[in-house]
Design a protein around this ligand. Structure first.
Ligand code: NAD
Length: 351
């Protein structure tokens, strides 16, 4: 066994019902006194609930998916004008993404309070969109200093969004098995992430107001993101990134639909990943495990349901082909990718 592995420096405070207390402890520990809270309109009340007692000088509620550059600029201006010394973001990946955009240019520390399973809080990856093109990059400044997990804040996340977001986390785990920098530590995190999500997500569907499923799902989402930040994007993420940009598709749902198709393509050529994923699902094969879970969750099936245009498939296949990452277990061609995209578009069973 021979590998190099970087662990990202970050504190995690995990306590259901404990977000306000965890945030207060962080303010004390960091010695800050001018907080900017970033939370979208829908998460405004959650943010007031957990950050109401902090020394907040700016409440910022303009949050847009994929962080358009003009939205980022306005948030950066607000932070600079109020001379803030800490960013607290309360929300899903879009909200964390906006805090990262501010941190990227200002170097301000972030304390992230996630309310979905997107996992952006545990990565050093930023994303910004300009003229429909999404640019991403890696920068140590955007890694939140601390993550505050409080499963109570996720109780209001609708079941369909919880399922899609949870499968987005699962996709981080699966792609971490063969990402360009995947190593045994990433695979260990990813395997435990799959196990936690496999247990948590059905409980969320069964009892959306129950904490047990929500806690497992958040824990799994964190592990998935840690694995993914280290392993890097595999084919699955390159496909979803391309489709999201070209067809303006919703992030989590796109991941949920595409994942079984990439797993069916790659797993037969990646025996270690196949064994680990199957074991994590406690299933006969990786794909059988994923499909059993998807059936239980009534997961999203077809990209055409989210407005993807079939006519764009050949162009999308070429774009994916140009981005195939190192470590991809089986060679792909424009035809094989187009076939996969068509299956995902139509919602047929993966081959
Ligand atoms: P999102 O943040 O856009 O949230 C989706 C919807 O759920 C929104 O309408 C939001 O208001 C609502 N919502 C969030 N939390 C809620 C709650 N607790 N109760 C009720 N409603 C709630 O979507 P997302 O899937 O969390 O994040 C997607 C974005 O994150 C994409 O832009 C993606 O590229 C980015 N992302 C980045 C990374 C990274 O490492 N940089 C990783 C994963 C995702």
């Amino acid at each position: 066994m021979r590998f190099d592995h970087d662990s990202l420096p970050q504190r995690v405070r995990f306590a259901s019902g404990g977000a306000a207390e965890s945030l207060a402890a962080e303010i004390e520990q960091l010695g800050v006194s001018r907080v900017m809270v970033i939370a979208g309109e829908r998460e405004k009340n959650l943010a007031r609930h957990v950050a109401g007692d902090l020394p907040v000088v700016v409440w910022h509620h303009e949050v847009v998916m994929h962080v358009p550059v003009d939205v980022a600029e306005r948030a950066r201006d607000a932070a600079a004008e109020a001379d803030v010394d800490l960013l607290v973001c309360v929300g899903g990946g879009s909200t964390t993404g906006l805090a990262k955009a501010v941190a990227l240019t200002s170097g301000l520390p972030i304390v992230a309070v996630p309310t979905t399973y997107a996992g952006s809080e545990a990565t050093n990856v930023w994303g910004l969109t300009e003229a429909s093109r999404k640019a991403t990059g890696v920068d140590a400044r955007v890694l939140p200093r601390t993550v505050v997990y409080d499963a109570e804040l996720t109780l209001g996340l609708p079941v369909d969004m919880s399922v899609a977001s949870g499968l987005n986390a699962l996709a981080h785990c699966v792609d971490s098995m063969w990402g360009p920098r995947a190593d045994p530590i990433d695979r260990a995190f990813a395997g435990e992430g799959i196990r936690a999500l496999r247990i948590g997500l059905p409980l969320v569907v069964e009892e959306p107001q129950g904490l047990e499923g929500r806690e497992h799902a958040l824990y799994g989402a964190y592990l998935s993101a840690v694995a993914f930040a280290s392993a890097g994007s595999g084919l699955h993420h390159k496909i979803c990134h391309t489709l999201g940009g070209m067809f303006d598709l919703p992030h989590a749902q796109t991941h949920a639909v595409v994942l079984p198709h990439v797993l069916a393509l790659n797993a037969p050529h990646a025996p270690e990943a196949e064994d680990r994923i199957a074991a994590a699902f406690d299933a006969d094969s990786a794909l059988a495990g994923l499909q059993r879970l998807r059936a239980e969750l009534e997961a999203p099936r077809a990209l055409k349901d989210y407005g993807m245009d079939e006519a764009g498939i050949p162009e999308a296949a070429e774009a994916v082909l140009a981005a195939v990452p190192a470590g991809q277990p089986v060679p792909v061609t424009a035809e094989s990718i187009a076939r996969l995209l068509h299956d995902a578009w139509a919602g047929v069973d993966p081959r």
